[in-house]
Design a protein around this ligand. Structure first.
Ligand code: PMV
Length: 325
């Protein structure tokens, strides 16, 4: 726990990628996720003599709220910091009658399918728990998922799980998660589309697709489950060729449920052209990032070619640490 006299507290949580199973995970199919080497860092200072909540984020700017904000929080439901304010209010152990100053520093791009809001929720709850009342990781996770559901109400909880526990995980909603071991280091790259997405809107879109294509959706969801199960074996065996093929198969399912688009298709086409082993959307789609698996020997050439085509190519190193607090 990193806290000084209960007055200053620090927490940090990682970004994530989804290797297999996004969207279908909302309907209780298994997914494989991993934390990566980009993090949000939060410092909270408790100030007993202040009567405001100050939130200062490098990207979204600095805002002041009177402590009375908690008495009528619904009024702020469209505020950018509403989920964070809600998280403070939600747990009675976090006294909401003292001044708090949050400084948020994140290197997780926002709206890119990398779990920035889950990492922020988890790190916020952890910081508050350092200051007010130590709570267990499971409870931090539960509160963070609740806050996440304000952002998108059908959240599978996958993002919060992986940012809390870290590592490479197999996750199934309402069931369990377990850590997976990869036999070899995976050379994974993120290629941003440059289009920000709203996870909530895309999850709603898939829900509508499901209700008007019940049979089709059921088959696609079973196919996703099958891909994920084969991917567990490929990861254990360090079979990159198989893993790449499975990523390509997974992408076809995501295209069929309508969460791909022209720019994603273009990037996927370039990944084929420049000999990626596999490539797919990671996260909700509709923009965000494409995830590509590359043979280590050709990774520099791949990056160079993608950059020549006008696309940034960011290495995504898997990280074992989840929440640090
Ligand atoms: O917010 P994103 O883009 O990381 O996507 C979340 C993953 C989904 O499966 C689309 C939604 C969910 O709650 O699992």
């Amino acid at each position: 726990m990193i806290s000084y006299n209960g007055h200053i507290s620090y927490a940090s949580a990682p970004a994530k990628i989804i290797l297999f199973g996004e969207h279908f995970v909302v309907y209780e199919k298994p997914a494989i996720l991993a934390s990566i080497d980009k993090r949000v860092h939060i410092i909270v200072i408790k100030n007993d003599n202040e009567n405001s909540i100050i939130i200062n984020d490098r990207i979204f700017g600095k805002k002041y709220y009177p402590i009375s904000v908690f008495a009528d929080l619904e009024r702020f439901s469209n505020d950018i910091y509403f989920p964070l304010l809600y998280t403070i209010k939600k747990n009675s152990a976090f006294k909401s009658n003292v001044g708090l100053e949050f400084t948020i520093n994140s290197d997780i791009p926002y709206g890119m399918g990398l779990g920035s809001s889950a990492a922020l929720s988890v790190a916020t709850v952890a910081c508050l728990s350092n200051i007010f009342k130590e709570i267990k990781k499971e409870k931090i996770l539960e509160l963070a998922i609740e806050a996440e559901k304000l952002v998108h109400k059908n959240s599978s909880g996958a993002d919060c799980i992986v940012t809390t526990y870290g590592g490479l995980l197999l996750y199934q909603k309402n069931t369990s998660f377990r850590k997976l071991e990869s036999k070899r280091e995976l050379s994974l790259f993120l290629i941003p589309t440059g289009i920000k997405h709203s996870t909530g809107e895309l999850v709603d879109f898939v829900k509508k697709f499901k209700s008007s294509n019940l049979d089709k959706f059921h088959k696609l969801a079973n196919a996703s489950e099958n891909i994920t199960k084969r991917a567990i074996r490929a990861i254990k065996d360090g079979n990159e060729i198989m893993l790449g093929d499975l990523m390509n198969e997974n992408q076809i399912l995501l295209e069929k449920i309508g969460v791909s688009n022209l720019i994603i298709d273009k990037i996927i086409g370039l990944c084929y052209k420049y000999q990626a082993l596999g490539s797919k959307i990671t996260g909700a789609g509709g923009g965000g990032c494409v995830l590509a698996l590359i043979e280590t020997e050709i990774k520099n050439r791949f990056m160079h070619n993608m950059e020549k085509e006008g696309f940034q190519c960011i290495p995504a190193e898997l990280e074992t640490d989840g929440l640090i607090y």
